[in-house]
Design a protein around this ligand. Structure first.
Ligand code: ZN
Length: 132
């Protein structure tokens, strides 16, 4: 089963905590023991799991910004967003979380986050549950 929710972003680069939206979908689907995959059907945003603390969010964005800076990328000749594609490639477009008793099994500080790399855009997030 895959359910999708929409997520508008408002900045060129931005980190959004999507844990509550994912947990709500998982909770609505009466699964006891399952695997939840959260994925984005896009080429210039990514998802990751880590603490959603303001300072760390800034650090993540600074790190990601610096990864592919200062190069003459071929894709920039088409639409000037090679950096966003490359950052998304390195970060990945999905994460997996176990589900037990209808709840996401995450560590105390772990949050599921979408990182926008070429916004603002209208993004979609897929939540796929495997098992029951
Ligand atoms: Zn592009």
């Amino acid at each position: 089963m895959t359910k999708t929710f929409a997520l508008p972003t408002s900045s060129r680069q931005q980190v959004l905590d999507i844990t509550d939206e994912v947990a709500e979908i998982v909770g609505d689907n009466d699964v006891s023991s399952a695997l939840c995959t959260v994925s984005v059907p896009h080429c210039t945003c990514a998802v990751y799991i880590n603490e959603h603390e303001e300072g760390l969010v800034h650090d993540v964005m600074a790190l990601v910004e610096g990864i592919v800076a200062g190069e003459d990328w071929h894709h920039d000749r088409i639409d000037q967003n090679a950096g966003a594609h490359l950052r998304a490639t390195l970060l990945g477009n999905s994460v997996q979380i176990p589900v037990e008793g209808g709840n996401l099994v995450l560590g105390t500080w772990q949050r599921i986050q979408l990182i926008e790399l070429d916004g603002p855009r209208h993004r979609r997030v897929n939540v796929t549950l495997i098992g029951g």
